[in-house]
Write a protein that binds this ligand. Sequence first.
Ligand code: ARG
Length: 725
Amino acid sequence: MKKITVLILFIVSSVLSLRADEGMWPLTLIKQLENQMQAKGLKLSAEDIYSINKSCLKDAVLRLMQKNTNRMFCTGEIISNEGLFLTNHHCGYGSIQELSTPQDNILKNGFWAKTKGEERLAKFNVGILVKVEDVTDMVIGKINVNDEELIRTAAINDRLNKTKEELINRDGKNYIIDIVAFYNGNKYLAMFYEVYKDVRLVGTPPENIGKFGGETDNWMWPRHTCDFSMFRIYVDKDNKPAEFSNNNIPYTPKHFFPISLKGYKPGDFAMIMGYPGRTSRYTYSEGINFYANIDRPSRVKVRRAILDIYEESMIADPDIKLMYADKFAGLSNYWKKFKGEVDGLKKLKLYERRKEAEKNVREWIKANQKEQIYNEMFPLYDDVFAKLNKYGLYQSYFSDGIMNSQALSIALSYSAFEKLYATGKPDEETKKKIDDLAAKNAKALPELFHEFYIPIEKKVFAKVIQYLYEDIDHSLLPIEIIKLVDKYKKDYNKMAEVIFKKSMFVSKEKLEKFNSKPDYKKLKKDPVYIIAFSYYNKMNTEYKPIFDEIKNKLERANRLFQNAMMEMNAGKLYNPDANATMRLTYGTVEQYQARDAVMYKEYTSANGVIEKFTPGDIEFDAPQKLIDLMKKKDFGQYADSEGNLHTCFLTTNDITGGNSGSPVINGNGELIGTAFDGNWEAISSDFAFEPDLQRTISVDIRYTLFILDKFAGAGHLLNEMKIIK
Ligand code: ARG
C-alpha cells in the first residue's frame, strides 16, 4: 500500500514536471516569480536578469528591426565583448539573400568573414532595451473603463501622444520610445530602446545546414536544423549608435552571454528572453470560430496557390530560386502554421472549451451581482462576430492576397498621391510635396524590382483576382473587379497578360518615367492601380465604420472580459498576451508525448542528420564535408559524455513568432542554445497554451559552435567568446 502511494506520488510529480509553463512574462513582473524560478533551478536573482540600476542579462538581448519601418521581427543575443551576436539563420535570411548574387551565392554556400574588414552590412537595425516605465497613470489617468468606447479611444490616443512627448522632453531624443498596452489596455508601459544602424554579417552556414529539413521539417520535431547566423554591431567612438561608417568600431555591450558546453538533462532549468510578437490567448469562443473557419482557411488557400507558382519557377531556375528565396520562406512559414492552426483548434476543441469558460464567467457575474459592470460585453461580442463573419474575409484576402501580389502592393503604395490631388489642382506647396513623394518612390524602385520576376507575378496576379472573384460576396467586392473578370469571361491568365502589358506597376523603367513626371490622370487610368485602389479604398472608406466598430467593440468587450476574469481570480498573476515587448519564459528541458504511444526524446543528434541526409534533395541535402565529420564523430569539445553531438533540443518554454533567435539560458545565466521554432502538436499555441504538449525547439549551442569551428574553420571567433567547459 505504502509503496503504491509513493509510486503514485512519484508518477504525479514526474508528470507534472513534464508540463510546460505558461507565461511570456514582462520583465517588470519577474521579481514576483523569483522564488518559483529558483525552485526550478535558477541560480540568479531577478535583479541579475532585469535591473534598471546595473548591467544584467536583458542588456545582451536584442530585437531585430526592419530599417525603414522599425518593425520588430526577431530576437538576437550578444555573445562577445565586441558586439558579436547570434540569431537564427531564418532571421538573417533576408540579409543573407540580399548579399548574395548568382556568382557569389552566400545563401547557398555560406559565408565567414576572416577579419572584421570582411564583414558585410546587413539590411536590418537592432534595438536594445534601456528601460521600462509604467506610465498607466499618465495615459489612463481619470479615464473610466466604462466610458463610451469611441470617447475612451480618442482620449487614450491623445494621452498616448502627450505622454510620449513628455517622456521625450524629459529624457532627450536618444531613444525610440514605444508605449504599449497590456491586458487589453488596462495597463501601459513605455519601452525605451537605443537603435543601432550599423549591423554587419559575420557568418552563416550554407542554407542546407541553416535550413536543413526545409519546409517539411518546419514546425516539427524531431529537428536537425542548425538555424543560426552571426552578426556584429558597430558604433561610433563613444560606443553610441551611428549610421554605417568605415570609422565605426565594434560595440562594447553592458553584458554578453557566456556559453556553456556542459549541456543539459531532462528537468534542468531553462529560460528564454526575447521578443514574442503577438498572441491571442484570450480570444472569445466566436473569435476562435472565425479564425478556424474563415480567416485561416482563406489565408492557407491563397498562400498555397502563390507558393505553387513560386515553386514552379524556382525549381526551373537557380537565379529565380535565389531571387524569391526570402519571399518563399516567409509565405511558407505561416502557410504551414495557419494550416496547423485550423486542424489544431478543432482537435483541441478550443471552441467548446472557451464556451465552457465563458459560461463560468457568466455564472460568476450573476452570483456576484456584477451584471451592471460586465453584462454589456456579451451583446458586444455577438455584434462583433456577426460583422466579422460577414466582412472579415475581405480583410484576410487583403493582407494575404492583394499584398502578396507585388504588382498590386506596389501600386497601392502609390495611393499616397491621392491625398495630394484630393483638392483638385495642386498649389505650389502641394506640387513640391508631390515631387518629394515621387523622388522617394523613385529611390525605392531598385529594391522593389530586385525581386520581381514577371512570369511569376503575372500568375500571382491572376490567381489573386480569381480568388477575390470566386470567394468574396459580390455585394462587397468593388464593381471594378467584377467588371474586369466578366470582360475577360473568367480567363484570368489572359486578363493578366493584357493588364501586364498596359500597367506601369510591373516595370521599373515605366515607374521611373512616371516618378520623373508624376501625372495623376495616368495613375488613375492604370489597370493594376484601379484594382488595388478600389479594393483598398472600399475597405478604408465604405467599410471603415464597420471595421472601426468591430475594433472598438472588440477592444471594449475584451477589456471587460479580462477585468471580470482578473476579479474572479483575484490574486492570480496573469500573463499578458505578447505584444512585441521583451518577455521571459522559464521552464525545463523536457521530453513530450506527441500522441498515443509516441514519446519524443528531449534532444536530437548528428545521427539524425546522417539518417535524413538525401543527396540532391532540395530540403535534405547537406554538405558532404558535414556528413564526413559526423560519420567520423569528429566532434571535439562539442561532444556529450558519450561522444555524440547534440543538434537540437526541447524545453517547456512559452514562445511565439518574434522569439526566433532568442537565447536559451541555463540556471547560471549561460547560453545553451538558440530558440527557433515551436512544435506541431501545439501549433495553435497563440490561441491556447497546451501544458502537456507545448515545447520550444532550439539549436544546441554546441552544434552551432561545431559548425563554426570544425565545419567552417571560423574558430578565431571563439577567442571573443567566453566558453564554459
Ligand atoms: N517556424 C519558424 C518560426 O516561425 C521559422 C522557420 C523558418 N524556416 C522555414 N523553413 N520557413 O520561427
